[in-house]
Design a protein around this ligand. Structure first.
Ligand code: G3P
Ligand code: CA
Length: 252
């Protein structure tokens, strides 16, 4: 089957807003998502983890300490406890009262306002925890607008078993010896490495493209690096500065 995420020659790169427009608003909140969407991002990137009662929430760290007024591991806090936290004032008093969204709330917001989601399954997940994520995506009628990525190979395998229709991306901090082989093994639509290792081994992009696999490196905020990655032919770029990347794209 064709890979609709491969960038046609001469087209702009796909703009992926890392944790929403996280340089402009508190990361992984609906306000960061809306700013990213309005900036022209094609995808909002997020991080999903389960609450103690099994509800998928949108949070990057394993604890709520850095990005809320609470403390503790997300997996030890109930959804009611998580919903009581202020997830905005750490960023700026202007955002006091902003709440941590559930995955369902984030998808409902995207469904009505527009935009797709690059959903990162963050940290180890059981099969049941992945099944809950898939259930939420299906209940929100968003299977055609969600791309799942993870550093966790097991989570990707569970996703493929439970929902083979969802496109999958493998996140990597360093490159595999043979990225094409692992892409085939895991049924990947995209291979998403850190930008530094990719720039050090640029031939990997052509190898993956020849195998029908897209490449969407992270997390890149400088125009000089956008230019280098664009020249390599990457398909998308994950950035904290989606407005600037979209503007740079349009100026090319
Ligand atoms: O989307 C890739 C990037 O988000 C991976 O790193 O730590 O920001 O989740 P992290
Ligand atoms: Ca992430």
């Amino acid at each position: 089957p064709g890979n609709g995420y491969l960038r046609p020659a001469g087209s702009p790169v796909t703009v992926i807003a890392h944790r929403g427009a996280s340089s402009a608003a508190p990361e992984n909140t609906l306000v960061a998502q809306e700013i990213g969407r309005r900036a022209g991002a094609d995808f909002i990137e997020n991080d999903v983890q389960p609450s103690k009662d099994g509800v998928p929430f949108v949070l990057h760290d394993g604890t709520v300490d850095r990005t809320t007024d609470g403390t503790g591991s997300i997996r030890n806090l109930t959804s009611a406890q998580l919903k009581a936290l202020d997830a905005g004032s750490w960023f700026s008093p202007h955002y006091t009262g902003v709440r941590m969204p559930t995955l369902a709330e984030q998808l409902a917001d995207l469904r009505t306002r527009g935009g797709d989601l690059l959903l990162e399954i963050k940290g180890a997940h059981t099969r049941d925890q992945v099944a809950k994520i898939v259930q939420v995506i299906r209940e929100q009628n968003m299977t055609k607008r969600v791309f799942v990525q993870s550093f966790e190979v097991e989570a990707l395998k569970y996703t493929y078993e439970l929902a083979p229709e969802l496109p999958l991306g493998l996140l990597r901090s360093s490159l595999d010896a043979d990225p094409v082989a692992i892409a085939k093994e895991l049924h990947l639509t995209a291979y998403n490495p850190s930008s530094g290792p990719l720039l050090a081994r640029p031939g990997v992009v052509a190898d993956l493209h020849n195998a029908g696999v897209a490449v969407m490196p992270w997390t890149v905020d400088s125009a000089a690096t956008w230019k280098s990655l664009d020249a390599l032919g990457v398909d998308g770029i994950i950035t904290n500065r989606p407005a600037e990347l979209a503007g740079w794209n349009n100026a090319m």
